[in-house]
Design a protein. Structure first.
Length: 256
């Protein structure tokens, strides 16, 4: 027990140190960077005031539009696919195989396919390939298996169609799981780096792709980099803080 607590404490410190540095760098005074004196304490908002000129807000807008739309599609398609699997559709082996497949392997075929459809360098390139997620489907299938199926049978006896059952019977019963799964899907799409740099031009780079370019072009402006990274991380931090317990429950039940 003592060993486990020690290991957990060390791991938490290891994870916390970069986050503390991120916050510190975001508010560090510019003169501390110029003098290379990181021991200079102070509070400054000038790094955040410089963000509008860096292009961060445009990248944030692209990320919110693409991620929001993709997550909506993943939840809707995931709910339909999970319901079909629960009703006997034999595709769960395919879903598990897709879960084990590294996404980077699909970059070249996706590039050719999107090029053939004329979708390269468009917002659609950031949305359409992500309208369905094997992880979302997998988690929703596990959640559906825990539901009392008598409610579905009763709805069928009342003459309800399958899409009505999925949206008006299943979805309300899975509301907590749908919410937690949406947060996971949001984080996954929000953190895309390589894909948007390959499929789109600079004007449609997501926020993480933008941060990579900012680090490459302005590597010594630590304050600006810290402020940009902090702002880009805030949506994920807020979502995970608010829905932490529900997310843990979904994973425990999904893989239990």
């Amino acid at each position: 027990m003592i060993l486990m607590r020690t290991v957990t404490t060390v791991f938490c410190i290891f994870v916390a140190v970069p986050l503390v540095w991120l916050v510190y760098a975001a508010f560090i005074p510019a003169e501390a960077i110029v003098r290379a004196d990181l021991s200079t304490f102070g509070f400054s908002l000038e790094n955040f005031l410089a963000l509008p000129d860096s292009g961060l807000w445009q990248a944030m807008g692209v990320s919110f539009a693409a991620t929001g739309t993709a997550v909506l599609g993943q939840v809707l398609f995931g709910l339909g696919a999970a319901y079909a699997i629960r009703n006997g559709l034999k595709i769960q082996a395919i879903i598990l195989a897709l879960l084990a497949l590294p996404g980077e392997l699909l970059l070249v075929p996706l590039y050719r396919q999107l090029g053939g459809l004329g979708l390269l360098d468009t917002l659609g390139a950031l949305i359409l390939p992500f309208m369905a997620s094997p992880l979302v489907i997998f988690l929703l299938v596990q959640a559906l298996r825990r539901l009392p199926w008598e409610a579905v049978e009763a709805a069928r006896l009342d003459g309800a169609r399958e899409h009505v059952i999925a949206l008006r019977v299943i979805a309300p019963m899975l509301r907590p799981e749908l919410l937690a799964t949406s947060v996971l899907a949001f984080a996954s799409h929000w953190n895309l780096v390589l894909y948007p740099r390959v499929m789109t031009g600079e004007a449609l780079w997501t926020v993480q792709a933008f941060l990579v370019e900012l680090l490459r072009s302005r590597p010594f402006e630590w304050g600006l980099l810290g402020a940009a990274a902090l702002v880009a991380s805030l949506p994920i931090i807020v979502l995970f803080v608010v829905f932490e317990k529900r997310i843990v429950q979904v994973f425990e039940s999904g893989f239990g």
